[in-house]
Design a protein around this ligand. Sequence first.
Ligand SMILES: Nc1ncnc2c1ncn2[C@@H]1O[C@H](COP(=O)(O)OP(=O)(O)OP(=O)(O)O)[C@@H](O)[C@H]1O
Ligand SMILES: [Mg+2]
Length: 262
Amino acid sequence: MEHSALGDTQIILFTSCKGGVGKSTVCANLAMAIAQRGHRVLVIDCDFGNRCLDLVTGLSDEVIYDVGDLAFGRVPCERAVIADRRSENLFFVAAPYGFDNRMNTFSFQSAVKRLAAWGNFDFIFIDTPGGIGEPLQFAASIADTAYIIVEPTRAAVRAAERTAEFLSLRGVRRRRLIVNKLYGGSVKKAKEEIISIIDSTSVRLIGVVPYDPELIRAGNRGILIDEMLSFNITHAFDNIAARTLGEGRRLFAHIHRLKKLK
Ligand SMILES: Nc1ncnc2c1ncn2[C@@H]1O[C@H](COP(=O)(O)OP(=O)(O)OP(=O)(O)O)[C@@H](O)[C@H]1O
Ligand SMILES: [Mg+2]
């Protein structure tokens, strides 16, 4: 089956049923957190027609080729993959600037397989746009794990469950929730909220990320956690990195007071 054709590379897609909940932010910063722990991570932007991960990662000036060029055999992997200057373990492939309607499941899979065979990556992260459109279907055809990003609202959680069902039908074996933009002052209150989310969903939780304006500023300037000052944020991503790597780590380890929204 396709999902096992990638040797030792674990492929994780990032999705959500809603736009703007922080898929790209979480994907890019978690990639950096795992790279900082010494694992090779490649991030592929699968937001065809609306490329933006190059901005979040601060690599937009370096994009020349994209995953479409790889899918159609126009360039070798070494030309399409951008090596991050901040970490020797972090790599990036851009989305096509405009939507290429020749892209299909088969061509996307062939690009990912070439990259996996070429780069000896421990992880390939695929950032998808919101909703259950073609990019998510392409990514689901090759990923064995999905991280579903939600905001802490019941509606978002219910929608996440539907996404998880869709992914399950598509053969994505492991499905996990990340609750992003947690706010409200006390961690104790947030924990209660998280417990009610766990109660009302059949998707297991892999991590939480507090709401923090530093992430917005950083996202606008192409800065990742390696240069952020907020310990809540750097610890949050390190916690998820640890849990992704199978280490036992408390969900809220080292996370202190949460911001209050005005
Ligand atoms: N934990 C957070 N705290 C504060 N702001 C955040 C947090 N996570 C993400 N954001 C901000 O939310 C906005 C949307 O984030 P992002 O672009 O990552 O979402 P997305 O789900 O990838 O959106 P799209 O659906 O457009 O791809 C950005 O301005 C980002 O900086
Ligand atoms: Mg995005």
